[in-house]
Design a protein around this ligand. Structure first.
Ligand code: COA
Ligand code: ZN
Length: 330
């Protein structure tokens, strides 16, 4: 065998990972809003309970949006009241306008999240407002929510690319983010809504934003439609981001591509983080149980890879055991 000419290079990429990361669960909201079937409130409560039992501490549970726009989440008020408060757990919900905020206040919401798009066409289609109108509304909602003692989270969608316009200029992203952060939000979640992002692009977007705000203000909301969500997560981690959005089992799919994977699956994210020694406080085993419940409730297999691998291995072990006991003497 030829001698190795140089010592193998040491990976410096992974030297500066954070010790602990916050996983922000969006399955009950982002996931269920994209399902055709509307779940009864008691089923949603069962799923959320399983997520809490798995150790999830930040869970977006519903939306106070117009029920005509998202009928799947029309039970927001009832759901939040039934959930009540849990020690150490923050339940949040989408709140697009002051009307939504007044419903959220009545229901006892602790953290409000609003959404803005980084492209005009997506903004018009999603919330029926121009970007400028949406930013003004978001700042108004932020002020009012903070006055109620709520934490406020902002989402910026289609940062990596828009289904209608394609490329989204980074300058525009930076400009919108600065206005939202100036408006007083606690956290800004950057969305790869259609799952087109690649690592170099993620590095470019984050490095431009980090000139204006600390990494602690940012979260990544990555869809796994083309299998790049974990690669982009890794870039975020190495650049100091410590909050990542994910959805149990990858629940949600992608509204623009039927059958395609949607949100990054919580178990896939947690598996990678734990494997690299990054703590989350979440039990992977219990997440699989929650993923099973999610599959049962919506009546189909979910896209999460860890979930399918774990369930497949369990099924194989059960088959083996059954075959052994069938052949056992006596
Ligand atoms: N909760 C309940 N009802 C609401 C509401 C809210 N937060 N906001 C508006 N409405 C009602 C209004 O009262 C009005 O009802 P009426 O016709 O019976 O009087 C109707 O919805 C239309 O109101 P309008 O202010 O004209 O809003 P719109 O139709 O332009 O919709 C949004 C604006 C933001 C409310 C709507 O686009 C929406 O809810 N979008 C959600 C999209 C979403 O969640 N996408 C996924 C997030 S990434
Ligand atoms: Zn999403």
């Amino acid at each position: 065998m030829d001698p190795v000419p140089h010592p193998a290079p040491r990976l410096s990429l992974l030297s500066g990972l954070p010790k602990r990361v916050d996983v922000y669960e969006v399955g009950p909201r982002d996931g269920l809003q994209n399902e055709l079937r509307t779940l009864p409130t008691r089923d949603k409560l069962r799923l959320i309970e399983a997520l809490v039992q798995a150790g999830e501490r930040r869970i977006e549970v519903t939306s106070f949006v117009s029920p005509r726009w998202i009928p799947q989440l029309a039970d927001a008020d009832e759901l939040l009241k039934a959930l009540g408060r849990r020690e150490g757990v923050v339940f949040s919900a989408l709140v697009p306008n002051l009307k939504g905020l007044s419903r959220a206040v009545d229901a006892g919401l602790e953290e409000a999240a609003f959404f803005i798009s980084a492209s005009e066409s997506h903004s018009k289609k999603n919330i029926n407002m121009s970007i400028a109108q949406a930013v003004a509304t978001a700042r108004e909602v932020t002020r009012a929510a903070r006055a109620e003692g709520m934490r406020v989270r902002g989402y910026l969608s289609v940062v990596w690319g828009c289904p209608y316009e394609g490329n989204v200029p980074v300058d525009r992203v930076v400009d919108i983010c600065r206005q939202l952060v100036d408006g007083g939000i606690d956290q800004l979640s950057l969305g790869d809504t259609i799952g087109v992002g690649t690592p170099r692009q993620t590095e470019e977007i984050l490095s431009r934003l980090l000139e204006h705000m600390p990494a602690s203000k940012l979260a990544l909301h990555l869809h796994d439609t083309r299998g790049t969500a974990l690669a982009n997560t890794l870039v975020g981690l190495t650049m100091g981001v410590t909050t990542f959005d994910a959805s149990i089992g990858g629940l949600g799919g992608c509204p623009y591509a039927p059958g395609a994977a949607g949100n990054l699956a919580t178990e896939d994210l947690v598996y990678m983080l734990h494997g690299m020694g990054v703590e989350t406080g979440i039990s992977l085993e219990r997440l699989v149980e929650a993923g099973e419940i999610a599959q049962e409730l919506i009546g189909r297999k979910l896209a999460g890879k860890y979930l399918q691998a774990a369930l497949g291995a369990r099924e194989k072990a059960a088959r083996k055991k059954a075959a052994e006991s069938a052949h056992a003497p006596g």
